[in-house]
Design a protein around this ligand. Sequence first.
Ligand SMILES: Cc1cc2nc3c(=O)[nH]c(=O)nc-3n(C[C@H](O)[C@H](O)[C@H](O)COP(=O)(O)OP(=O)(O)OC[C@H]3O[C@@H](n4cnc5c(N)ncnc54)[C@H](O)[C@@H]3O)c2cc1C
Length: 450
Amino acid sequence: MANASWDVVIIGAGVSGLAAASELRKSGLSVLILDARDHVGGRAWTRHEPDLSAPIELGAEFIHGRAPETFELLREVGKAALDTSGAHWTLRDGKLVQNTEDLFGDIQTALERSNVLKQPDISFEAWLSRSAQYGLSPEAAAMARAFAEGFDAADPARVSAHFIAREWGSGGMLDSPQFRPLGGYSSVLAALAGALDRENVRLQLQTVVREVRWKRGTVEVDAIFLDQPFSVRAACAIVTLPLGVLQAPAEAAGAVRFVPELDTKRKALEGLVSGPVLKLSLRFRRAFWEELDGGKYEGASFFHSAHTAFPTFWTSLPLRAPLLIAWIGGPKAARLSMSKMPDIVRQALESLSTIFAGRPPSEFELEAAYLHNWQTDPFARGAYSYIAVGGGDARSTLAAPLEDTLFFAGEATNTEDEAATVTGALQSGERAARELTERLQAKKVKGPKG
Ligand SMILES: Cc1cc2nc3c(=O)[nH]c(=O)nc-3n(C[C@H](O)[C@H](O)[C@H](O)COP(=O)(O)OP(=O)(O)OC[C@H]3O[C@@H](n4cnc5c(N)ncnc54)[C@H](O)[C@@H]3O)c2cc1C
C-alpha cells in the first residue's frame, strides 16, 4: 500500500479513539483511525441475539453513576439508561439470604478512620491486615478483599491502598446507582460513530499496528492491513492502546514498537496493572431462578457466593431475560482464564448448583454460553487498569503528550477518577483531542519558529 499523509493518526477505535475523533470534528484536521479488530468499540462489544430481549455484553456493561458524557451520548441516539437496582442475595451457611447490612458503609468508615491517604502508600492487603484496629469486622474485611478483586480486578497484595481509598470514598462512583445503556453499549458506540466527520475522518479496521517511528512533528506508522504491509505518515498521533498492550514486550503479538522508545513512560507503566476479569454469559431455556423457592428471587439483580469458583452472578434486571452473567476478577480470574471454555462453563454451572441448594446443573437447561477472553486477547491483554502500590501519579504521567506529537488516551490515562470505565475512556479521548488542537493552535499563533 502506498504511503499516505494525514494530520492525525489515531491508534485504536475503542471508546477513547472514537471519542477523540469525534472531538476533532470541529478542527477540520484530516484523521485516520486504525484498529486491529474487525469492529469498532474495543473492550465495549455487544452481541445482539435476535431471540433474546437483552443484549449480551462481552465487555463493558454498566454505567457507574450518572456519568454526564455517557448519558449525553445515549440522548443523541434516543436511548435511555436503565437503573439496574434490585435485590442482592448472598450464600451464607448454605442458604441464600438477602443483603440488608451496609458492610460497604463500614468499609468506607474504616478507610476514613485509618486516615490512609495521609500515610505512605501500602498494599490494600497490608491495610486489611490492620483493619480490625479501625473497627472493621472480619466479615466486612473479607467483603472488602472480594470487592477489590471483583470490582477493581485487582490483586489485593499489589493494589495501592491510596487508589482504593480514593475510588471507594464517600460520594464516589460506588455511592451512585448503576445503569445499563438500553440496547447495550452498542448504542453508545453508534452515537460516537455517528458524530464522526466522514469528510475528514477515515476509519480502517483489521490493521495491526507494529511500529511507530516518531520525532517532533512527524509520525510514521507501520502496520499489517488484511495480511499486507501498510504504512502511513501523520503530523501527530493519538495513542489509545490498552495498558496491557503498552506493557507487552516488543516481540509479543499485538505489541507496538515505538522508535525512539517511550522512556518517560516506563515508570508509569510499572506503576499500573492491567487487571484480569472473566465474564461468562449463560443463556438458559428460561429464567429458572425466578421460579425457585416460591419466586423470592424474581427481583434479584445479584447473587454472591464467596467460596464457589465464580463468586458473582447477575441478572438482566430490569429487563427479563433467561441470562445469568458469571463474573470473577483478580488473580483467580487470571488463573481461570488459562482453562478451556468447557471447563470454565462447568465451573460456572457448579457454582450455580452450590448457590441454588445443590440442584444438579442439568436442571438449569443451559442453551448457550458466551465468553471473550480479554486476558489472552493480544489487543487487550487484560480487562481494565488499576494502580499498584506507590503508583500514585502514574496515570497523569502516562497521559502526558510527548513533543507535541504523541498524545495519549485510553481508560488507563484517565485522571478524573473514572479510569477503568467507559466514561473514563470517553473523557480521556476528548482530553487528548483538546490537547492536540490547543498545541496546534499555539504553534500557529507563535508561527513556524515558535
Ligand atoms: C469484561 C469487561 C467488563 C467491563 N465492564 C465495564 C462496565 O461494566 N462498565 C464500564 O464503564 N467499563 C467496563 N469495562 C471497562 C471498559 O470496557 C474500558 O474501560 C473501555 O472500554 C476502554 O476503552 P479504551 O478506548 O480505553 O480501550 P479499548 O476499548 O481497548 O480500545 C483500544 C483499541 O486499540 C486496539 N488495538 C490494540 N492493539 C492494537 C494494535 N497493535 N494495532 C491496532 N489497534 C490495536 C484494540 O483493538 C482496541 O479496539 C469492562 C471491561 C471488560 C474487559
